[in-house]
Ligand binder design. Structure first.
Ligand code: GLN
Length: 539
């Protein structure tokens, strides 16, 4: 069987957290820089239909695509590296695979046959992999298999890979990411875990073509030879993957190891031009040599788990580079913020970001943080729940509606300044039922957001159930909080600002999902610029 699209499978062995997502994104970046059109897909072996209902403690941030898919945070890395949007088809879970097979069974599509893991589940997996390949857009589809080889739950995925390797022959390769640990007592790197993990793949019928070896020290020639010999791969297919200072270093490290070149050789594709990655190198140079530093407080309830705010911290890196500053993020636990300690906790900050979130935990601390930023004229960015907190704070302390709240937390409050949208009221299922994905927004000229974007028509991604209650809009605007961005079709308030404050912006959408290395997000760039200016005025 032949196919014009080529498939690269990325598996992981020995342990989790080796960085399959970053290796996949880096390889894709290098292939893209050589002129290939590439996309990356993540297959997650858990039974949830998507990570939308997962607590961030379980799985970090939930990343949202333009088409409203709630996905794994690795998709954020794919977009940040490639600067190409992903979609629902780029993240598939076991839950979704089984759901569609079972739906087909109920419709009688299997014509009375016994429905089994092989061939029905594996066929569904293979179809989902090929959906991206058959769109005629991509030369290469990189499919990252979540989990670690040997896990019971990832077996059907490895079996699907085995079948595709057989059916597509020269059009598929497997890149296996493993660990080569350093044993301090022995004073050397050990290859045995890699050998074992390759053996495990072989037992499942899959011979990896390339091994990416995560290591803290140099993988010398002897070690490379040994790995190549024991694992049946060519010497040039043993790739060293050293710990890097920044994830953005990895494409260049992989280029030095010629990962992209070996991949193209194995796929039988021409090398085309050697990637120059000039703008990527300029980005890295600026990242490592900032002209000054600013400190921004990130107020949230998951701050002990940085992955919960992955896209926000990456957006700060991009916006910092655009402003030639290093953004030092001070992680501030919203649950611990009170009226009494707010001065101590938030003093010395050049900007405050109040993070998105759900539920009541930590919300009073978030509202206190908004008040502090508003009263002290510190640059402020509120995202989603952060914007809603800004609205509640303004209602309580400026409009004197002391019992104003969001109906998410106080259902029957007398002043529901944030309330549930009509169309959300009869929804009983939690999964995939929020306002999700890209919506248009019309900006008012002469606003900080308009100046940031330099256009009045934008599109941004949403993930929420509650909205600004337009019954209160007049009162807010008269008192100095203006709606500077609205949905042109529904009139829903998407952005609020306080023009008497140097830079105070609350966004109902999530700008952080669209920031990339090539396109740092305009709101983050403007926010970081405002923190820089603020810092220089208080010197
Ligand atoms: N919990 C709020 C809502 O559903 C905000 C959600 C968010 O911050 N993503 O409207």
């Amino acid at each position: 069987m032949s196919n014009s699209t080529k498939y690269v499978f990325v598996t992981g062995g020995v342990t989790s957290s080796l960085g399959k997502g970053i290796i996949s994104a880096s390889l894709a970046k290098l292939l893209q820089a050589r002129g290939y059109s590439v996309t990356i897909q993540k297959l997650d072996p858990y039974i949830n239909i998507d990570p939308g209902t997962l607590n961030p403690y379980e799985h970090g941030e939930c990343f949202v695509t333009d088409d409203g898919a709630e996905t794994d945070l690795d998709l954020g890395h794919y977009e940040r590296f490639l600067n190409v949007p992903t979609s629902q088809a780029n993240n598939i879970t076991t839950g979704r695979i089984y759901q569609s097979v079972i739906e087909k069974e109920r419709k009688g599509e299997f014509l009375g046959k016994t429905v089994q893991v092989i061939p029905h589940i594996t066929d569904e997996i293979k179809n989902r992999i090929q959906i991206l390949g058959t769109q005629g857009i991509y030369d290469i589809v990189i499919t990252e298999i979540g989990g670690t080889v040997g896990d019971i739950e990832s077996l059907p995925y490895i079996e699907a890979v085995r079948q595709m390797m057989w059916e597509f022959d020269n059009d598929c390769i497997v890149v296996h990411l493993t660990l080569v640990p350093y044993l301090a007592a022995a004073g050397e790197l050990k290859t045995k875990p890699t050998q074992h993990s390759v053996k495990q793949l072989l037992e499942l019928g899959v011979q990896p073509d390339i091994l990416c070896c995560r290591t803290e020290h140099e993988l010398d020639l002897t070690l490379r030879k040994k790995i190549a010999k024991f694992c049946n791969v060519s010497m040039n297919a043993v790739i060293e993957s050293r710990d890097a200072e920044s994830i953005y270093d990895v494409p260049l490290l992989m280029q030095e190891e010629e990962l992209d070149k070996v991949v193209l050789e194995k796929l039988g594709l021409p090398s085309k031009s050697i990637p120059k990655l000039d703008s990527w190198k300029v980005f890295l140079d600026r990242l490592k040599n900032p002209k000054e530093e600013v400190v921004i407080g990130l107020v949230g309830k998951y701050v002990e788990l940085k992955d919960a705010y992955k896209s926000i911290s990456e957006s700060f890196i991009h916006a910092g580079v655009a402003n030639e500053v290093r953004v030092n993020v001070k992680w501030i636990h919203s649950e611990r913020l009170t009226q009494n300690n707010i001065n101590d906790e938030l003093s010395g900050l050049n900007g405050i970001l109040v993070a998105p979130g759900f539920g009541s935990r930590g919300i009073s601390g978030k509202i206190e943080a908004v008040k502090f930023a508003r009263e002290n004229k510190i640059p402020f960015l509120g995202i989603c729940l952060g914007m809603q907190c800004a609205v509640i704070e303004f209602a309580r302390n400026v409009l004197n509606l002391t019992d104003a709240h969001t109906t998410e937390i106080a259902e029957d409050c007398p002043h529901p300044v944030i309330s549930m949208m009509e169309e959300q009221k009869n929804i009983s299922n939690l999964g995939g039922t929020m306002r999700l994905g890209a919506y248009k927004c019309q900006l008012k000229s002469n606003s900080n957001s308009f100046r940031a974007y330099n256009t009045d028509k934008i599109s941004e991604r949403h993930r929420h159930r509650f909205e600004f209650n337009n019954d209160y809009l007049d009162a807010f605007e008269k008192a100095g909080m203006i709606s500077t961005g609205k949905n042109p079709e529904t009139g829903l308030v998407e952005v609020v600002e306080i023009p008497s404050h140097p830079w105070f912006v609350g966004a109902q959408f999530h700008p952080e999902y669209k920031s990339t290395v090539a396109n740092p997000h305009p709101l983050f760039v403007a926010f970081v610029n405002a923190t820089k200016e603020y810092k220089n005025t208080i010197k």
